[in-house]
Every structure is written in C-alpha cells, then in structure tokens.
Design a protein around this ligand. Sequence first.
Ligand code: URP
Ligand code: ZN
Ligand code: ZN
Ligand code: ZN
Length: 490
Amino acid sequence: MEVDLVIRNATVATASDILPNQDIVVKDERILCLGQGLSALFKARREIDAEGAFVTPGGIDSHVHLHQDNSPTGDTFATGTRSAIAGGTTTILAFASQERTDESLFPVVEEYHRRSAGQSYCDYGFHLILTNPTPKILQQELPVLVKDEGISSVKLYMTYQPLKLVDRQILDVMTSTRALGMTTMVHAENSDMIDWITERLEERRMTDPYYHAVSRPNIAEDEATYRVISLSELMDIPILIVHMSSKIAAAHVRKAQTRLLPIHAETCPHYLFFKSDRLRGEHFEGAKCVCSPPLREDQMDLDAMWQGLKNGTFTTFSSDHAPSKFDHPQGKKAGLVNGTTSFRKIPNGLPGLETRVPVLFSGGVLKDKISIQKFVELTSSNPAKLYGLDKKGTIAPGFDADLVIWYPSSRKMTPFALTNDMLHHDIDYTPFEGMEFENWPRWTILRGSIVWDRENGGIVGQMGYGRYLKRGRSTLSKPREVFVNEFRPY
Ligand code: URP
Ligand code: ZN
Ligand code: ZN
Ligand code: ZN
C-alpha cells in the first residue's frame, strides 16, 4: 500500500508509555498504524529516519491570546501560529473576546473567524471570553455556538475592571455551561483587593513595574481560587482555573480534587522559572515580565508549581501567550510616559507560545524533573481531553498525525542559549532570553505534513494550512449530580 509518510525507528512517547523502535505510518492526514518492523510493508512517499529520537504528540496550547483588541501590539494569528509550529505546537485554542458593550456573541465569533481564516499555520479553535452574560446570550446564543461552532468552553474573569464578573454573574454563566456541558475557565484573583492596594501604591508614588507584583499578592489569588471552587461546588460543574501561580491556591485545588470535585487547573512556564525580582530590571525592563497573576516572590511558590505538575494538581500546562511589544508606546512602554512610571498602564502578559513545549522538555524532562509521559499528558493529551479535541493528543491509529520529532541523544544537537531573534513571533523580546536548551523540535508535523524542519528551511508549513476545529464536550469530567443541599440550580 502506498502511504504519505513513514517515520522509522522512533521512540514513541505517549501519556502512558514509552515504545521503542516504532515505525509510524501516516496516510490521509491520520496515523494509519504504528509498530515494530512496519516500514517494509508500505511504500512511502516520504520517509524520516528517527533512529533513537523521541516522537511525541503535537503540542496543544489551550491558552493563547492572538489579535485581541486589548493588545494592539501583540501577535496576529499569522505570527502567533508561525511561532507555535516552530516550537512543536500543532494546535492552539485562542480567545474570541466579548466586549462589555457587545449585545450578541455571533458577530464576535465572526470577527475572530475573519482575523484567523487563511492566516493560521496550525490548527486552532476558540474559547469565548464572556464579559456581558445577558440572558439572551446565555440561553439563546451559547447553545448555537456549542452546536454549530463547536465552541465548548468559556473564560470568565474575576478581576480587571473592563472584564470582570461578580459572583452572581458567574453563577448565571455556570447554570448555562452546566446545561450545555461546557468547560468553564476562570481567571481567579480578588479584584477589590488589587484595586484597593493599587490606589494606595499610587498615592505613595510606588509605581515602578515591581509594584505590579506587590499590588497582586498571593492572597488575592488564594481567596479567589477558593471562592470559585465553592461556586463550582454549589453549581456542580467542572471548571479549570487558569494560569495558577500560588502554592496556597494550588493546595485549595488539590484538596477539592481529593474530595472528587471536578476542579482542573493550569500553570504556565513563567511560574516555574521566574520570580518577581525579574520586575526590578533597569530602564523599565521589568515591564517585560508584567503578567497576572504576577511572578511570585518566594521560591516556595515555584517549587509548588513543579510539585503540582507532578502530582496531578495541574491538568494542563499552557503558555498564556498574551504578548505586547516592549519598545512601543502602546506596548509595555505605555507604562512609561515622559519618564514617569505607572505599572497600572503596562499591558499584562508575556510571550511564550513557541517556547512552552521546549522549555518543559529541556527544563523538565531532560533535567529529570518530570517524566516524558507526564510531559506529554500536560502539553498535549490532557488539553485534548479537557477541551473535546477527539482526534488529537496522542499517537495512535485514527488520530491526526500531529507529531514532534526531537533530536536523538546520539546525534545530539548542540545545546544553545536562546535569543529572541531565533523565535518566530512578532514580539521584540522573550523572557527566556539566554536560557540554555539541550533539545528543540527537529521536525513538527501537522496532519501528516512537515511544517517545521529546523535544519532545512525552518518554517516549511503554509499559512492557511491550519484548520478551524469544532470541538466536542470534555471527556475528562462532567457534573456529578452531587449538591451542597436539597437546592438544585436547574
Ligand atoms: O497577564 C495576563 N495573563 N494577561 C493575559 C490575560 C489573561 O488574564 O489571561
Ligand atoms: Zn485587527
Ligand atoms: Zn487570565
Ligand atoms: Zn490569558
């Protein structure tokens, strides 16, 4: 039989196993079969010798901000997804973001389709950011978007004045997401604590980037995390708490999971590697690391994020790619006007879509901090299951042939220190500048096509090859029909 691609002699790593000497056979964008000694049975239009190399499922980054109006100097779908494939990510979930004044979600989703159609190098889907959850939107529009657009998740904010919902609005949203089987993502920080401290810091002229971290203490995340777990328990719905950074907040999640509540959580590369002293750089450089929740002061929090990756507290490991250019008046420098600093005006968020997978491979797997199976689970398999991507997230017959081939240790790539000019985003810095990498994706393959070939052309995929993905329900968790008392929310 003639097939499209055979990858020979790979060490296949999935979320459960490490399988040596595998031939992976790809036909019509999918994995036809894998096993030992298969390559002799097929005539392949293209072969790759992966002798000794790990092959892992294409990365799925389930938290990416592209072309949002609130970050005018960030990445577009073209530049963001270009950087994704160069870093071993073959699927992203980006946000279609409702403005407070938007009375309908349909034009919002249409607008994000316009921004992404024909622009994407990798496959992509949308989460909805809900900032104005009216009865019409919740009862009439969400069901249509689930069914027709395959949008099976929403993100809610408990902080940021233009975005935040109060608890009773969150309960309203949860009533609908419960009925529709959607996953509810929550940005958990206590808004009033942050606003109140921010005002006091401004009165005291403590406005340098570093005070961004002071204005958002751990306790703001800890409290909001516990509160939204309580809201979820009251409503009996699965949630995912995004971008967690605090040890105590993670302990709240852990405790809820031990009680079998359907609580999921996510952390991000920067919360594993960086502390808040990064915000103190000279020449306003600290603004480069302003994100929310902020980088934490104490190594204890970073250690807790590693522990949570290992012990299963965290379901997913996402980039929260939310970049702004540094040297731009509408970028990070919006917080520096005529020599006067204002951390409140620095756009929040870091670039990290391209570095997410290599950072965890090099800084986690190769440093013996997590197993390669755990790496696959966090960067690909769990996001696929949690967000209803039923053809992605593992290497098995019938699944999309989304693969990352790493350099084998025998034909080692030379370890290198990362510089921003090696990356493919449209951002003028990376917080990972100077970090040593012992490995990097040698090839990235999306639905059977090579899209990244580090030694022959780099980006070889085409803009527009990436497809919009309609998603189904989460297969990781659903309501349990367990309630706090005789009251039923429906
Ligand atoms: O600082 C961050 N994370 N900004 C991006 C928006 C968000 O809250 O995810
Ligand atoms: Zn635009
Ligand atoms: Zn957020
Ligand atoms: Zn985000």
